[in-house]
Design a protein around this ligand. Sequence first.
Ligand code: 13P
Ligand code: SF4
Length: 305
Amino acid sequence: MEQTMLDQFYKKINKLKTEKNAVILAHYYQRPEIQDIADYVGDSLGLARKAAQSEADVIVFCGVHFMAESAAILSPDKLVLLPEKEAGCPMADMANAQDLREMKSKYPEAAVVSYVNTTAAVKAESYICCTSSNAVKVINSLPGFKQVIFTPDRNLGQYVASQCDKEIILWEGYCNTHDRVTPEDIISKKDHYPQAEVVVHPECRPEVVALSDYTGSTAGMLKYIKDSDRSQFIIGTEQGLLHALKKQNPAKEMILASKKLICPNMKLTTLPKIVESLTTMRPIITVEKEIARKAYLALDRMLKI
Ligand code: 13P
Ligand code: SF4
């Protein structure tokens, strides 16, 4: 989009934001122009914290459905808008409450830890939530439990299992963006850029994680690269993070590990959709009261850690 057009959208959005007392929260996987208009850009944990603390009347969530749902649960007195209502997370849809209840009955002694990338109904069946930046810390905060049912990401589950001494019962879910990266992708990039450090998200397969110099959440990757004295990095996460990485580190070179690292759902939100959403105050994300009450407990336990 050319600059004059961008400026027009920014002007409209800023005007609507003031009129409606709205705040725009965006995930690092959003399009660059969305990250640039957001009041706050963050990883899943940072966004959940911002949603819980926000003093605005309206939260415009530029991300995917489960994130907006978490914001609605954490801020029940606010109106939460998801500009593109079809923006879902295929991994979150790989777990449902009924299957989780069956799993719980098979392992009655286990604590259920659910990645925030889950529906509110699955969170409501969970003891505590986690994100990729605090998963190990959350699991280590459960001293009374030897067994943990971890939903829905089997890759993040295997990563945490390697970092703690509890038995982790895995769910068969995965992110079909991160899971597409192969060890061969990393090896071939390493052949071209032998000096580069490999920095990946724990939603990648364990074989990919094993080849990395650092594994962490999007915010963790940003911090690691900012603090590193290397000048080239092979990035194993959704390509949207490159925008923030390049802004923060103009002298460093970022190499995406694979062309396949695009989450189509994260790209559905556009500037015209934000204008439409703030004009019509739709689509509103709501969560059924009893589910929201139970899911709140799991999210709140995580935020207290
Ligand atoms: P983080 O931003 O917490 O690393 O999560 C990645 C993700 O896939 C969100 O959908
Ligand atoms: Fe879901 Fe993966 Fe997209 Fe994140 S990147 S929203 S986990 S599909």
